[in-house]
Design a protein around this ligand. Sequence first.
Ligand SMILES: [Zn+2]
Length: 105
Amino acid sequence: MNCRYDGTNDGRQSYIRMVIDNFTAKRQCASENGKQFHAAMYEEVIGALKKEVAAPVIKAWDKSIGDHSYYRYVCPECENVLRPSTRGKYCPYCGQRIDWEENVK
Ligand SMILES: [Zn+2]
């Protein structure tokens, strides 16, 4: 994997994944060495970074509308309904970065 951030969105995404892997290893190491304080800090960093990795929006069939073909878009992290009209880069509820490209054409 290319570990350098090349300035593109894809580059940033793979860079963040690399950092997450790195901190996951650090957390594991700290945990095994009984450094719970450090392990907890790494856990916080990992949790924040994971929200920066774009997750594909969930396209869910909305049964409440009856027979009409109606989908709603749901955050893959907190499962709150997202507005497709705004296509926000981040979920307004939990801050998860949303990838609209996967399911929304
Ligand atoms: Zn969310």
